[in-house]
Write a new protein. Structure first.
Length: 621
């Protein structure tokens, strides 16, 4: 028999840091003693301690485990051997803990076991130590905080209906104009009194605790001393394991730029509509897959159609046969090269040839991610009147130029006659004057030819009379003529090999003449004009190089446009109409050749053109 009241035993129990209880086996199993550590444990897990009651433990464990415990105690008393048991008590506030119980019999010589000492150790349920769990917890919290801080969004967590701020990242603090100290742990209305004005917003947010539904506010306008812009605010309820909303995660994104962009876009669309209405421009869209053409009201009006929706074949049938291949070819080229197109063409209204309209359409294709064209869209303008004006103007220019040429030719003949008559006299003043008259007459003739060519070109009446001739020979002849007309410059020809081309000799001659005349016009007296011809990869390449004023890069793309002249102090006093290069370009295009320029502003220019050589020879054969 041991004395449970002995001061030695009491001191021993008190001394132990582990919870210890002492069971008495007979007559019934009861807990007869326990220490402070056990008492503290029971207090920590919030259960009442009933003395001498075995049910103190069953309060915390399942019936099954209670049976196991009693069985183990009996077994220890019978076998007089130590035993271990692990049970899982149901803690309400710390669920992931097991108890490891060690039962030791109190042996008293050969007598049956009367008392069993049980020591108790709390161990975490998984293999990791409790420290590891705590570490992981703090790590994941740190990660969460890191994500919070680095997110390019304003984020915070609000707790309870008072909306107490638990977390807030720098972005949201900046938006609120608050420091962390002023906000954390404080209800929103208290920390941000300015919110008082937004009662309805606050009520909606608080409502989430009832509904459990997230809330999204789009294009929320926030205008404060610190912020002025548009935001998207998302309020996401966070629930506990009983599915109750305990907190709200708030995410705020600044969408001012997007909203302003959208506004600008709408404005631009509006302006475009006004501009299109004012210029009476229509728009169209071709869906490539369905082969459907959709027209705007104005485009429908231009085409004089009853419907604004038609099949592509129907649309094609409207186009005049004369322009059909130019239009479809142009669109196909633009599609293939992913470029915009701008084409003039005629349509036959109601399929009747008697009413024709001139249209100008500009557009481009739009591609999907795989690079496949999905639709073509553009604008269309009725240019019939403008075109008729142009035709009338061209006819007029053509007629006037033609009429001027007749007396000019007669005048040249008379001058030549006089020159012939005076050839052997010593009337040098008259001879020289007649030479000068001749130069001016040639110039005038060239200018009139230019106008005549423009009008012929525009009315499509320019025809090529192709023959095989030696380009080098032509260049040499023209250079010789120009040495007489332009004694002010040195004209040099480089490259003497024969190059036979199949082309319109007169028109190619005009191009060379034009380039030489420009080279002289736009350079100083006594400077060099070098004409080179060479053969390269089946092409004859002719260049006319001068040491003149040169051309700015920005002017180069417009140089070959009709009536384009570079406006500058150095060109102000030089006569011209800006048609020479335009005609050259047209002539080259009709020969399937190219014309271009390389220039350094202030240093000189080189105009080049190329003509196919081999192709011509094969055509010939
Ligand atoms: P223009 O009658 O004005 O000379 P062109 O069509 O022949 O008309 O030339 C267009 C413009 O290109 C000229 O006004 C001039 O500014 C520029 N240009 C042409 N050739 C040269 C050149 N060799 N050097 C510098 N500028 C040139």
């Amino acid at each position: 028999m041991i004395d449970l009241t002995s001061s030695f035993l009491k001191a021993l129990l008190k001394h132990s840091k582990s919870p210890i209880i002492i069971f008495k086996i007979k007559p019934i199993l009861v807990v007869v003693e326990h220490n402070d550590a056990y008492r503290n444990l029971i207090a920590r897990i919030g259960v009442d301690l009933a003395f001498y009651d075995i049910n103190i433990i069953p309060n915390l464990i399942s019936d099954q485990e209670k049976e196991l415990l009693i069985e183990t105690v009996n077994q220890v008393s019978e076998r007089k051997e130590e035993a271990n048991l692990i049970i899982h008590p149901i803690y309400s506030n710390s669920p992931n803990v097991n108890w490891e119980l060690t039962f030791s019999p109190v042996l008293q010589s050969n007598q049956p076991i009367e008392y069993i000492i049980c020591s108790l150790k709390e161990i975490p349920t998984n293999e990791n130590g409790i420290e590891q769990i705590l570490l992981e917890l703090s790590e994941s919290e740190a990660r969460f905080r890191g994500f919070f801080e680095q997110a390019p969004l304003g984020m915070c967590v609000l707790r309870g209906k008072e909306l107490v701020t638990e977390y807030a990242n720098d972005n949201i603090l900046k938006l609120w104009g608050k420091t962390r100290k002023e906000i954390i742990g404080i209800p929103q209305v208290e920390a941000r009194p300015e919110l008082g004005l937004q009662k309805s917003l606050l009520n909606r947010v608080k409502g989430i605790f009832k509904t459990g539904e997230p809330l999204v506010l789009n294009e929320l306008k926030i205008a404060t001393a610190l912020t002025d812009g548009f935001f998207i605010a998302m309020y996401q309820p966070l629930k506990n394991d009983k599915n109750e909303v305990t907190r709200i995660l708030v995410i705020i994104k600044d969408i001012t730029e997007q909203v302003n962009f959208k506004k600008e876009l709408l404005k631009a669309k509006d302006i475009l509509k006004i501009a299109m209405d004012a210029s009476e421009m229509g728009s169209w869209n071709i869906d490539i897959e369905s082969r459907k053409v959709l027209l705007s009201d104005r485009a429908q009006q231009i085409y004089e159609l009853e419907s604004n929706n038609l099949g592509i074949e129907e649309a094609k049938a409207l186009i005049s046969a004369d322009d059909f291949s130019a239009l479809t070819g142009g669109i196909r080229y633009a599609l293939h090269h992913r470029k915009a197109f701008n084409i003039e063409y005629r349509i036959n209204i109601n399929g009747i040839n008697t009413k024709t309209k001139w249209l100008r359409t500009a557009g481009k294709a739009y591609y999907n991610e795989d690079g496949k064209a999905i639709y073509i869209a553009g604008a269309v303008l009725d240019i019939t009147e403008h075109k008729q004006d142009e035709i009338r103007k061209n006819d007029f220019i053509g007629m006037v130029s033609h009429e001027l040429k007749t007396p000019l030719t007669a005048l040249s003949a008379y001058v030549q006659l006089l020159q012939f008559k005076l050839k052997d006299t010593d009337n040098s003043f008259t001879i020289e004057t007649l030479d000068k008259i001749n130069v001016q007459l040639k110039r005038m003739s060239l200018m009139i030819d230019g106008f005549l060519n423009v009008s012929l070109l525009e009315s499509g009446k320019i025809l090529l009379h192709k023959t095989d001739f030696d380009l080098v020979d032509l260049i040499k002849t023209i250079a010789e003529e120009n040495r007489v007309i332009l004694p002010s410059h040195f004209i040099q020809v480089v490259g003497l090999e024969e190059i036979i081309v199949n082309a319109d000799r007169e028109k190619i001659g005009n191009v060379i003449n034009n380039l030489i005349s420009n080279a002289a016009k736009y350079s100083k007296k006594e400077s060099l004009i070098a004409i080179k011809c060479e053969k390269q990869k089946g092409e004859a390449i002719i260049s006319v190089e001068d040491e003149g004023i040169g051309i700015k890069e920005s002017d180069i793309p417009k140089l070959f446009d009709r009536f384009y002249r570079v406006e500058s102090i150095s060109t102000q006093t030089i006569a011209g109409f800006g048609v020479g290069l335009y005609i050259c370009a047209e002539v080259m295009e009709r020969h399937k050749g190219k014309i271009w320029v390389e220039s350094k502003f202030g240093q000189g220019s080189t105009f080049l053109f190329s003509l196919p050589v081999e192709e011509m020879l094969t055509n010939e054969g």
